[in-house]
Design a protein around this ligand. Structure first.
Ligand code: PLP
Length: 350
């Protein structure tokens, strides 16, 4: 097996390590007790992210999962129905937390991370019906992880949120990778966030910080989020050490995300040359690529194991589906090499 420290790790953009400069920013961060609102670094980060997203306030969260869970607690009541895109993070990757913490059920609609206004209206259940669970929230994930870093078109988002608002349905954006949307589309983060009541963004993915997400919205909603964060055990103390990494990441790692998108496309173009890999490189919009293995190819578990032995780490999403993610700790040359190795394995040449 290849030495893991020399591996080309494409499992996720969460595997990045804080750089020496980021660590220095963390070591020198002014800190205080964040539960008393006295951590200057957290306060700076919250103010900065609120401003970037065009919201009144933002709140530090331990993780993207916690941001999603708190958003559900703030915007729904137990027994409510939440309309989401198919295979969204809240349904697939949070170990059932939404049922346990918020007591909600989900209706998954659409395809490849996107759903239409008609699909939304058809899935919506009214309040006050003697049988139906009321739809009180619509959640959009942008970019969409399991769909392969897909960007949800902003005009569609505006129409969906406007239809939701007319019907008293709240709106939430799981924007863990909203930075990637902004960089890929040239739209501002505040434009992308404007249609939503609450928006979350993550520092620990493409931005390369070791942890943390922020939840942003109106002052009233964020006041409610402070309570729910505490209830879930997520209120922290001198967390400015992590917030400083987030501030550093916003200064240094945001605009470079285009490199990750370019590298993902380079990998996709090479993979698509294999007859045994099902992937349309034109559909790779950001830093995530999800590809399927044709019947003639080995299955995902075999490809993942062989790739690991050759120093490439990837993630099996299903029996015949694999995800690869580019990030700031893999170079273009490494991405080219990884693609070559993967094609060799799938085509049976290595
Ligand atoms: C779209 C999306 N939302 C939320 C999360 C959760 O983030 P965390 O791992 O920080 O809990 C992830 C993690 O990959 C994600 O992809």
């Amino acid at each position: 097996m290849a030495n893991p420290s020399e591996s080309i790790d494409l499992r996720s953009d969460t595997v990045t390590l804080p750089s020496p400069a980021m660590r220095q920013a963390m070591a020198g961060a002014p800190v205080g007790d964040d539960q008393f609102g006295e951590d200057p670094s957290v306060n700076r980060l919250q103010e900065r992210v609120a401003e970037l997203l065009g919201k009144e306030a933002a709140l530090w969260m331990a993780s993207g999962t916690m941001a999603n869970q708190v958003a559900l607690r703030v915007l729904t009541r137990p027994g409510d129905d939440v309309i989401v895109s198919r295979e969204c993070h809240a349904v697939w990757h949070e170990t059932g937390g939404s049922a346990a913490n918020a007591g909600v059920q989900f209706t998954e609609i659409g395809n490849r991370g996107v759903f239409s206004v008609d699909e939304f209206l058809a899935a919506l259940r009214p309040r006050g019906h003697i049988l139906y669970p009321p739809t009180t929230l619509v959640e959009i994930e942008n970019t969409h992880n399991r769909a392969g870093g897909v960007i949800v078109p902003q005009e569609l988002i505006r129409r969906l949120c406007s239809e939701a608002r007319k019907r008293g349905v709240a709106t939430y954006l799981d924007g863990a990778r909203l930075w990637n949307v902004a960089v890929a589309t040239g739209r501002s983060l505040s434009d992308l966030s404007a249609p939503f009541d609450l928006v979350s963004v993550a520092l620990s993915k493409g931005l390369g910080a070791p942890g943390g997400s922020l939840l942003a919205g109106s002052r009233d909603l964020i006041t409610s989020a402070v309570r729910h964060r505490r209830m879930l055990g997520g209120a922290m103390r001198q967390v400015g050490i992590l917030a400083a990494a987030g501030l550093y990441a916003l200064d240094h790692n945001l605009n470079r995300l285009t490199e990750d998108h370019d590298n993902a496309r380079i990998i996709a173009q090479r993979l698509a040359q294999s007859q045994r890999i099902i992937l349309d490189p034109d559909k790779v919009q950001t830093n995530i690529l999800v590809f399927a293995l044709a019947d003639t190819a080995p299955d995902a578990a075999t490809v993942v194991t062989k790739a690991r032995d050759r120093g490439v780490l990837i993630f099996a999403f299903g029996a015949r589906t694999i995800r690869a993610v580019t990030h700031l700790d893999v170079t273009r040359a490494q991405c080219e090499r990884a693609a070559e190795i993967l094609v060799g394995i799938v085509d049976g040449n290595s």
